[in-house]
Write a protein that binds this ligand. Sequence first.
Ligand code: ATP
Ligand code: LTN
Length: 333
Amino acid sequence: MTRVFSGMQPSGEPHLGNLLGAWVNWVAMQREAESIYCVVDLHAMTSPTEHDPDTLRHRTVDLATSMLAVGVDPEQSILFVQSHVHEHAECTWLFNCITGFGELRKQPQFKEKSEGHESVSAGLFDYPVLQTADILLYHADEVPVGEDQRHHIELARDIGQRFNHRFGEVFTLPKAVHPPAGARVMDLQDPASKMSKSQSSEKGIVRVLDDPKRIEKKVKSAVTDSATDIRFDRDEKPGVSNLLEIFSAATGRGIEELAREYDGRGYGAFKSAVAEAVVELLRPIQQRHHELADDPGEVARLLEVGADKARALAAPTLARAKDAMGLLPAGEA
Ligand code: ATP
Ligand code: LTN
């Protein structure tokens, strides 16, 4: 059976893009593949702006709760918090020692994230090596991620291949799988940019936990254009097209069919219908989120079960890697 690994950083409140671009797919995959999903809190500490400990703790629980609420099922998949499985950090060190400084320096995401910041941590520089450990420790075959992660997955393959070549076959080489192009939700205020936890303005982002009034307000003030026709055309009508895509993803109905139904009725009526569809999509997720948030003991228990299962897979792989690299096993001489 194919094994899938993916992770998300607790770097802000999750939004419609995370739900439609990642989680819907994660939930679908857990039925067809052996799926492992991770809240990558160690990655979230690498942000070039100093992180706040209480916020990180809070966001970690919240992100795990959201993943459970959208339907990541701990019976069908493994859901855990990265820092609960110390093998990730340890394996990162092994990989650090076979990764070139130059390889990391040219990573596009590092360039982007470090630009304009005076002090950048070694952690941010090393981010892709930690991501490599996440993936290779579990022998993942496929890694569902956005296009922006392509270089990181390529690096993971390179490091895995290098290790296997130098020290013997230990790691499986992963491949990235990208969601369909349509699964990219754009900022409501700036439909040329993707909706993002860290980049979008409050008005441009629909958060998974926004209440119905807020959702309605945001969708209704989404940037469209000065015409009145409703049709799908990403270049000419990026705002309307984004709303059509969201509408379609939220209702399961075709984009063309929705465009035909609403064309000629004005942007007001169209936006109201989109807002309502988003509210209905999020309603059961929010309901489940609130139930889980009322029972933090249960969330903690599920995460402990997840970490135990993850460790059971990661520990033997790490032990083999250490042995292959010549680290003396404890108890041997
Ligand atoms: P940040 O702003 O901190 O980079 P983000 O909101 O852009 O956060 P990530 O944490 O980078 O999101 O991504 C987590 C997952 O969600 C990835 O698989 C990514 O492809 C997906 N994702 C993020 N934003 C969108 C979006 N606007 N549309 C579709 N998928 C998205
Ligand atoms: N860098 C990824 C998050 C991430 C990840 C992973 C994704 C960390 N470790 C392992 C897939 C597999 C991001 O920002 N989307």
